[in-house]
Ligand binder design. Sequence first.
Ligand SMILES: CN(C)C(=N)NCCC[C@H](N)C(=O)O
Length: 264
Amino acid sequence: MEDREMTIPRALVRRPSPRLPEGLVTHIDRSPVDLDLAVRQWEGYAAALQDAGWTTVEVEPAEDCPDSVFVEDTVVVYGSVAVLANPGAPERRPEVAGTAEVLEEHGYTLVEIEAPGTLDGGDVLKHGGTVWVGVGGRTDVEGASQLRAHLEPLGADVRTVPQTRVLHLKSAVTALPDGTVVGHEPLVQDPSVWGERFLAVPEESGAHVVLLGGDRVLMAADAPRSARRFRERGLEVVEVDISEFEKLEGCVTCLSVRLRSLPG
Ligand SMILES: CN(C)C(=N)NCCC[C@H](N)C(=O)O
């Protein structure tokens, strides 16, 4: 693999299904989703990635899968290995094939989480060589241990974290570029897992950041106080409105999979 290829920043995204409004809700009450607005918000999200220098790669849309826009849940990418998820919600399992296809075309080595283990990509937070896996919701102990078996030979330090208060681990916490783990405390099961590196943020959506490279982060527009704190820490914050996806327990992380080392 050439160095140039190692550094092309690309991100998988998947256009919303016309059935998006039927997407799953688990921890919140259902409210109507405006499909046209959702499509515009998705386009705005993809444009924000592109403006930040990312080439977006579209996974073939899965029209019959309401939650398929949340492409993050279908895979965990580590270097040139793609660990295909076995989503904890059976209705989401057909989403995985489309992600597998595009990653195979791009030269990734595919491995998979096999039943009876379950694992959703949204339960996996990576930073540096550490991989935290939220267990207790969509991801079970067996799924987490299969992930460990795939990633530890690659040098990852895989740690499990209890996770039941929200849908996914990354609904509760994500990491800033310097490795600070941000979370809205009422939703974080055990902040002591992260010790000194944990930073409480005042809004639920303030806990969700996508790292765009350097000091730039992408986050939802409905967490202005958290955004201000990040700016005070020297970060450049890009905000996008994703209200329609939040109605389905989605957040900014769920809508893409960043491929820093995509070969070819
Ligand atoms: C970090 N998060 C939250 C995610 N990666 N995924 C959100 C999936 C939402 C979907 N309605 C579902 O219930 O599966």
